[in-house]
Design a protein around this ligand. Sequence first.
Ligand SMILES: NC(=O)c1ccc[n+]([C@@H]2O[C@H](COP(=O)([O-])OP(=O)(O)OC[C@H]3O[C@@H](n4cnc5c(N)ncnc54)[C@H](O)[C@@H]3O)[C@@H](O)[C@H]2O)c1
Length: 659
Amino acid sequence: MKQGWRWFGTQDAISLREIRQAGVTDVVTALYERKCGEVWPVGEIRARQAEVRAAGMEWSVVESVPVHESVKLRAPGFETYVENYRQTLRNLAECGIKVVCYNFMPILDWTRSQLDYPLPDGSTVLNFDETQVAAFDLFMLRRPGAEATYGPALCAKAKAWYDAATPAARDAAAKGILLGLPGTVDDLTVEGFRDLLRGYAAIDDATLRANLYAFLNAIAPTCQELGVRMAIHPDDPPRPLFGLPRILSTAADIRQMCQAVPYDCIGLTLCTGSLGGNRANDEVAIFREFAHRVHFVHFRNVVYAEGGTFHESGCHLTGKVDMPRLMRLLLDEEARRGEPIVVRPDHGRLMEIDKGRTCYSGYSYGGRLVGLAELRGLEYGLIHGSDLDGKVCVVTGAAGVLCSVMTEDLLRHGAKVALLDLHGDKASAFARELAAKGLADTLPLAANVLDRASLEAARDAILAKWGRIDILINGAGGNHPKGTCPAEQMTPDAKPEDTFFGLDIEGFEFVNRLNFIGTLLPSQVFAKAMLRDGGAILNISSMAATQPLTKVAAYAAAKASIDNFTRWLATHLAPMGIRVNAIAPGFFITNQNRFLMLEPDGKTLTPRGNKVIAKTPMRKFGQPADLCGAVRYLLSDDASFVTGVVLPIDGGFLAYSGV
Ligand SMILES: NC(=O)c1ccc[n+]([C@@H]2O[C@H](COP(=O)([O-])OP(=O)(O)OC[C@H]3O[C@@H](n4cnc5c(N)ncnc54)[C@H](O)[C@@H]3O)[C@@H](O)[C@H]2O)c1
């Protein structure tokens, strides 16, 4: 992740120097002095950018370019504000700032009832007390129809609270609820709020949604052209509030927006604390489903009290939100797109360290300092906590479709990987590709798995660079058309050359040698370097080994010999602390088999592809990344007592007889 921090410009109680010292690289800010709806001039953007750069950081995300209320309401004259918005995006892009956070929430940017909810250690956090919010709505705002929002039980609790509360307590709740975001200029009064609500009287959910989608579809082509990514902020909290329309509270809302605005540049800010403000939201599932449209991340956590009352957690890692799994997904998404995403620790406790500053819980220094450190530690632990960290791996056929994905995964878990491939240029190109993703602990080498001398030369080069070898993945292998038999079964009318009797022995030998000898020989060469400290070897079998597939006679036989050899070598090397296992991948669409599984349109299944899916209980092909967890397990110390196994990774193909 790129470590971000929201800075409210010169009026912020926290200086850029302090932010820099928190470990931040990316500042998230805006031209707060510009009124909502105005065009941001390039000169002012550059001046703010220069200020951030002078402090050693980059302004990479805007939070926010606010959307004028007339655009939300589609009120007369809104077109001018849409055009102004576009122009601001153009000006930002001209300065190289291309991620924009904003929201489409009517009137209130966020809602809490208490800004100084005390935690046991004396620090304070933001609190959303549903009883107080209901009391405000029912008895201070006196909104017609408010009872229906809350139901009788909550209304009764709200009344009890209101009757017992002192005027000061009521005022404090109202102030908390009506406070605009720090950095914005408006502090609303109850009367002012009532007026604003009247402006939304005629706007229901469907209208606000339509207005949002119309706005986004109007700016999307410009965003696409400029490379600007829009990251809408979800409703905070994502639940009905003061009768206002709420259109970005749930996965269904996000899905609807993504469908209505079919541009990947129009995405969202994954604000885990906001989404967490509704018990029913599953933040992990949301991230998983919309990962490719997450352009900016706010990580924070919430803790629930009774009912729908929650406060912000004293720790960014613990609470309702499953932060470790979200961080894992973030790392996966960053790996997929080959670039980091800006994450800011969202909100934080007001701690002793902030005494004397004019800031409150949420935008404090101490709380966010700790929050960022927690997130950084979690990320570091996920990357380097693996026992593959620092291990030296050799992967043959590393640039292949499946092996390249496994290789990248090993690198992301801290391993150093020698990338061996028959074609040195392919290995080097792959190494460059990895380096561009920040994965530079590689050594690309040309080596033929059927040529001992080239393997020994590779081994010497690896030992010279890293001094040891811990892991070998025998990845090079595959099928060849000459080792296959065109007819699935012998029938009286089959052409003899299409049957077993026409099998090309040289083709058969080639496939057999590539897979079997191509596993045996590298094992002999590289395991020698493991004799001192032990190690792990992983062979690549196939489900064809156990259940021969029609046509691919040589391949199935070769993979069967790999299974047998895996058990033999596991037994043989066990006293030396070298474990030998194999994976048996099911059907993954790769270059070798695409023509067998898919028609030329790349989508329609061939008759053979249909048969495969029909016999796969999970009813889908595997994705190369599906192999990574199993591979890591077999290579890690978690599998320290596991040797000689062949693990199917096949969506159940082997388990199912087809009947
Ligand atoms: N693709 C599948 O669905 C599937 C299923 C089961 C098993 N497998 C097995 O997984 C392994 C990896 O498959 P993949 O899809 O990544 O293969 P791939 O064809 O994409 O890549 C194989 C790589 O090995 C290299 N190579 C070929 N001959 C070599 C040699 N003599 N010495 C060194 N390198 C050589 C190639 O240059 C290529 O980069 C293979 O053993 C394959 O049989 C694949």
